[in-house]
Design a protein around this ligand. Structure first.
Ligand SMILES: Cc1ncc(COP(=O)(O)O)c(C=O)c1O
Length: 419
């Protein structure tokens, strides 16, 4: 079988390490299933992004939906990042880190009145509007608060991001954003919205984008609209490209951030305003692993199953997107390879991490690492089957910290009543 390694998550003498800490040691101390993150992977990815765009004026807004553990958000904030928050809960989490609200963007296709009011009251950088009705509501709430709300319209550029349909967001048939014609009309009628200042223009065409062409096409389309509006006297502070840059989960070919920068910088330079980016997965995915213990090995007919103690409630991506995560032993061995399904204990056939996967034969009690689990892992976890959510560890060189404890049984019944 193949072994997947990154600069900071790799084997040392046949044992898998996150930076300088042995995963086996962490599993002994904290149990499994266990999320382990490499802080320096997060930092390196952020710096790589920054470096690629150093020629232009820009700011990164970490899309915290990818991994919103407070310590993870804080890692990026300390590097100068803002955050892209997608709900009142995310806004609340971000504010808990002490971030300056002027470094927060509020997204979401369906913001409640309360979320909008909170964004206005906290004076965040901008609220993205995703429908004409929402623009009207933001204006009304701002008027009630006697404030001016900073707003950018999220434009749906009608470009196929060529990613999984559930994470493709830039086609006209998707629920996201406002089509170009309507966006143009709203911006033109800006004087009607007296409590709104239109500070920018925005897009986000999808996630795990591995083909650069649709991305460039969308940037070009949005910049055409930008110039149309500029010609009509609109002065924008920012042009927001959203997130979506893909990562390698396997041997996928993915464009590099440097290539993306090389192709977009000439366009961005012409815009003469600040460029905003909202990466999530790019910064975190390959900096995390989910560690699980093999419970049983069995054969049903001709089919091999490896049953592990993690389940779909801990990492949902294979179940909902048929997403690939490389899975490998924490301790390398020389046993024969077999083809097996690697599955969890939950009562659903959709509870799996890999199907028909080549893996070297496992023994009960051994540890497996589910790789690339730093983005959209823990944040999508649930208590299904009354399973407690895993603990999270952040490794930094030789040191490690428990940044979220495993849930207790009391968490499972928090505030419930027997009547
Ligand atoms: C508006 C918005 N911005 C940024 C992101 C982050 O995307 P990614 O993690 O693919 O970079 C998302 C994720 O879906 C999003 O909806």
């Amino acid at each position: 079988m193949k072994h997947f390694e990154t600069e900071l998550i790799r084997y040392k003498e046949n044992n898998l390490f996150v930076e300088n800490v042995s995963i086996e040691k962490l599993a002994e101390e904290f149990g499994t299933p266990l999320y382990v993150y490499s802080k320096n992977h997060f930092i390196n990815q952020y710096k790589r992004f920054e470096n690629a765009f150093k020629e232009i004026e820009f700011q990164i807004f970490y899309a915290m939906k990818a991994n919103y553990n407070l310590s993870v958000i804080n890692t990026f904030i300390k590097l100068g990042s803002g955050v892209d928050a997608n709900s009142e809960g995310e806004l609340w989490r971000a504010l808990k880190t002490g971030i300056d609200p002027s470094n927060i963007i509020l997204t979401s296709v369906g913001k409640t009145r309360h979320e909008i009011k909170l964004g206005i009251e906290k004076n965040i950088l901008m609220i993205k509007a995703e429908s004409e009705e929402e623009v009207m509501l933001i204006n009304k709430i701002a008027e009630e608060c006697n404030r001016t709300a900073n707003v950018a319209i999220r434009v749906n550029p009608d470009v196929d991001a060529k990613t999984h349909p559930y994470i493709s967001t830039g086609l006209s048939g998707n629920k996201f954003g406002i089509d170009t014609k309507t966006a143009l009309s709203i911006y033109k009628r800006r004087s009607e919205f007296r409590n709104i200042r239109f500070t920018g223009i925005d897009m986000h065409i999808g996630s795990q984008i591995t083909d650069i062409d649709p991305f460039i096409e969308a940037v070009e389309k949005l910049s055409e609209l930008y110039f149309d509006l500029k010609n009509q006297g609109l002065q924008f502070d920012h042009f927001d490209v959203g997130g979506g840059i893909g990562v390698a989960y396997n041997e996928d070919s993915v464009f590099s951030i440097e290539e993306f920068a090389e192709k977009t910088i000439p366009i961005f330079k012409e815009l003469q305003c600040k460029i905003l980016f909202e990466p999530g997965r790019f910064l975190t995915a390959n900096g995390g692993v989910l560690i699980t213990e093999v419970l049983y090995n069995k054969k049903n007919g001709d089919k091999n199953f490896i049953i592990v103690d993690a389940a779909m409630n801990d990492l949902l991506r294979p179940t909902i997107y048929e997403a690939y995560h490389h899975i490998q032993p924490v301790k390398k061995h020389n046993r024969i390879d077999l083809i097996a399904d690697i599955v969890g204990p939950v009562c659903e056939s959709g509870d799996y991490f890999a199907k028909n996967r080549e893996i070297s034969a496992t023994k009960s009690g051994e540890l497996l690492a589910i790789m690339s689990a730093g983005a959209y892992g823990m944040v999508m976890s649930s208590n299904y089957n009354a399973r407690r959510r895993p603990a999270e560890i952040l490794v930094n060189g030789n040191k490690y910290d428990l940044i979220r404890s495993r849930e207790t049984f009391d968490h499972l019944i928090w505030d419930e009543k027997i009547i």
